[in-house]
Design a protein around this ligand. Structure first.
Ligand code: ARG
Length: 295
């Protein structure tokens, strides 16, 4: 049991490397039981409370090196997403799914010997779909937040997202500060844009829509004064709609990662290792470059 203290401590110390609920990524050394015992006697461990210990132990019990990788359906990797978020996930002209997340997930599935199946749903359902064992991974330009970490384990991050502000070209909203001037802000349900804006400006100043495109329609129709959404979808929406612009001021910078069920540490490790390799060998960058042209 003591070695789990050490694993936990090692995880806590290597914050930037942490993925999959506290176990470290491929680059961290596997624990040596003898050393771990010694480390576990170290005073630093006093920080670990009784409750955390129990939780850590429970996780560690199932994250032994041999942790099994299971998927909802044999031979398949089910990806929960909301395919209304270009260029990360969208429906292609022929009715299939495409985008950065879809292609990265396809490569991950290939590495794991699985076939990718996209489960398209409302954004607010992607985490619960993984939690309830309906999908294997949540990949949806999904921002890592402390609250979401309570519900799913996250892999290492594969992209940065920035919450930006879209306004009509002739808007009197010039910077993020102007949002506080009794404006109405359109956001997408369940997103970090929604969370930040409702915290900063109050629910009364927020209208949330099922997807970004609907928020954009509301903006064009004058129902809201601004839309707060991630930068790349923002660029796609502004390119597809006349009369809109993105403010230069960035609102919040975030990291995207893949969410995996806390009950399936073996899968999280496997997905994380595959993703780490795809980042290291340039595949992720190649996919990103296919969809995102430099500004
Ligand atoms: N990054 C934001 C979040 O995680 C928005 C993601 C929306 N994604 C989507 N596929 N609709 O909350």
């Amino acid at each position: 049991m003591k070695k789990y203290f050490a694993m936990l401590l090692a995880g806590m110390m290597a914050v930037s490397l942490v993925a999959c609920g506290g176990s470290s990524t491929a680059s961290a050394p596997a624990e040596a039981p003898a050393e771990a015992e010694a480390e576990a006697e170290a005073p630093a461990e006093e920080e670990v409370t009784e409750e955390e210990t129990t939780a850590a132990e429970a996780t560690a019990e199932t994250t032994e090196e041999t942790a099994e990788m299971t998927t909802v359906e044999a031979g398949v990797l089910h990806m929960a997403t909301n395919a209304a978020f270009p260029p990360y996930e969208m429906i292609s002209d022929n009715g299939g799914f495409e985008g950065i997340d879809v292609e990265i997930a396809t490569e991950i599935a290939r590495k794991l010997g699985l076939e990718l199946v996209v489960d398209d749903m409302e954004f607010g359902s992607v985490i619960t779909s993984v939690q309830s064992g309906k999908s294997d991974i949540a990949m949806a330009g999904l921002t890592v937040t402390e609250e979401r970490k309570q519900n799913v384990d996250f892999t290492t991050s594969y992209a940065t997202g920035i919450q930006v502000i879209i306004v009509p070209e002739d808007s009197d909203i010039l910077t993020v500060d102007d949002l506080a001037n009794d404006k109405m802000i359109g956001v997408q349900d369940g997103t970090t844009g929604y969370i930040y804006c409702s915290d900063d400006y109050g629910e009364d100043h927020i209208t949330s829509y099922t997807n970004g495109a609907m928020a954009i329609e509301a903006l064009k129709g004058g129902k809201v004064d601004a839309v707060v959404i991630d930068n790349e979808p923002a660029r796609a929406f502004v390119a597809a709609n006349d009369g809109l612009k993105i403010l230069d001021t960035e609102y919040i910078v975030e990291n995207y990662a893949i969410g995996v069920s806390k009950d399936n540490p073996g899968l999280c490790e496997a997905v994380n290792n595959a993703l780490t390799e795809l980042i290291a060998d340039g595949t992720v960058q190649m996919i990103v470059d296919k969809y995102i042209t430099a500004e």
